[in-house]
Design a binder for this molecule. Structure first.
Ligand code: GDP
Length: 429
């Protein structure tokens, strides 16, 4: 059985925690898209970790952690993360990397940073991890697949020469950077070959066998629906699909194997980077939510950037669940809202004098105004509660209301960052 854990919002929903928790009952956990540009924060017996490239299952000795072909593979970064785990006493995890994964090159990160600098105030708010240049090259067919490192050296050298010719036009003429030297790029690839050799394999074949043996497989998504390049708030999106459907491609499994799509929904909104954010709040109200949010505040796990925050957006979250194909929802960071007398929920977007319930395209989104419904707060700390019935009535009402709005069964409620801070819930729909 394959289960996907994906985000309904802009990312940072707490997928890492849910994956880490569900990994206990799984055999294989796979990252299928994105790169080291977003982090998953996990708190467990070994300490607090911000994983960027490794799947959140690496903390269990019975699991196999896989980097699928859809991932932007930063090889030195992967080795750094593995080393950090070992240094913190985590047993050496079993890690496999798809030989069809493509390699994040240093020039991808350089091009990303140069382009952000060129755009200045009009930038996309990239993490400068090279993601957009990487995926551009993949689809322009000038990326390097892990398998190529182990193939014909002269063919690889020829490709390096060609790539350098193309890259140098941009680097030298547009960004005024030193030109890439093909011999140095080839040398870097050979270093990467040494580093990745112990992990590289045919992941799709491995998974085919694993499925035949009835292994329990988790797909771990990065970011959320609204950052998907097709269904998100283009162009303020990431460059690989964040949807569960892409798990089939980015891991190499048949789409019909993904039986369960657990979609993680945040009890309020947060986003990084630029782009329209209808239920965003500002000033002191925002700063209070930002400081109380997540675990130690809403600040990026990779960059430390303050996240933009807002109230729960039912229009965006329902759409986010729909495009994921959510079979169930996990509602996270509910504990954070315990300080509020009243909690607004954005239940509609006002556009051109009309109220919409369907999430619009980006060009309309910028003109939408939030329509709020206000629910009473519960004014207490709900951390430590393990039984659903023990949650305050107003808190349960808030969850019921969100479930009605999402039109997806809410089966789990997370009331703290720790692995065990989760409450099972019997859905009402
Ligand atoms: P991901 O990218 O979806 O995996 O999300 P992140 O891990 O970047 O962000 C979620 C943040 O919220 C992390 O700091 C988590 O430790 C924290 N977190 C997750 N679930 C909860 C929760 O239920 N309550 C609180 N207070 N924090 C949570």
């Amino acid at each position: 059985m394959v289960r996907a854990i994906v985000g309904a919002n802009w990312g940072d929903e707490g997928k890492g925690k849910i994956t880490d928790m569900l990994a206990e009952e799984s055999d294989i956990i796979i990252r299928f898209q994105g790169g080291s540009n977003a982090g998953h924060t996990i708190i467990n017996n070994y300490g607090k970790f911000a994983l960027h490239l490794l799947p959140s299952g690496v903390f269990y000795s019975h699991t196999t952690s896989i980097i699928g072909n859809g991932v932007a593979l930063n090889i030195p970064y992967l080795l750094k993360e593995i080393r950090e785990l070992e240094e913190n006493g985590v047993p050496t995890p079993k890690i496999l990397v798809s030989d069809r994964a493509q390699i994040m090159m240093p020039y991808h990160m350089l091009l990303d940073a140069c382009e952000e600098a060129r755009l200045a105030g009009k930038s996309f708010g990239s993490t400068k991890s090279g993601i957009a240049p990487f995926y551009s090259d993949k689809y322009a067919k000038i990326g390097f697949q892990v398998s190529e490192l182990f193939g014909c050296p002269s063919a690889l050298k020829e490709k390096v020469n060609n790539v350098c010719t193309l890259k140098n036009i941009m680097l030298v003429n547009l960004y005024h950077q030193p030109a890439l030297v093909p011999e140095e790029v080839y040398e870097t690839l050979m270093e990467y070959k040494e580093m990745i050799a112990p992990y590289a394999c045919d992941v799709s074949a491995y998974l085919y066998q694993a499925r035949k043996e009835g292994k329990r497989i988790l797909l771990e998504g990065q970011l959320g629906s609204l950052k998907d390049p097709d269904h998100g708030i283009y162009p303020m999106v990431t460059s690989s699909s964040t949807l569960a459907a892409y798990g089939a491609i980015g891991a190499g499994i048949p789409p019909y194997e993904i039986k369960n799509i657990t979609t993680v929904v945040k009890a309020y909104s947060s986003a990084v980077g630029a782009g329209a954010f209808v239920s965003e709040i500002f000033g002191e109200e925002a700063q209070e939510l930002r400081d109380r949010g997540g675990d130690g505040g809403e600040y990026g796990a990779t960059t430390g950037r303050p996240r933009r925050v807002g109230w729960f957006d039912a229009v965006a979250s329902r759409y986010g669940c729909r495009v994921q194909g959510a079979t169930e929802a996990a509602l996270t960071v509910l504990d954070v809202l315990g300080y509020l007398d009243e909690i607004p929920i954005c239940v509609g977007y006002e556009f051109d004098g009309k109220v919409m319930r369907d999430f619009p395209v980006t060009s309309m989104l910028e003109y939408c105004k939030p329509v709020y419904k206000t629910l009473p707060g519960w004014k207490c700390d709900i951390r430590g509660i393990r039984n659903y019935e023990e949650l305050p009535e107003n808190c349960r009402n808030y969850i019921d209301e969100i479930e009605r709005e999402l039109e997806v069964p809410v089966t789990m409620v997370s009331n703290g960052p720790g692995r065990n801070e989760i409450i099972k819930r019997t859905p009402l729909i």
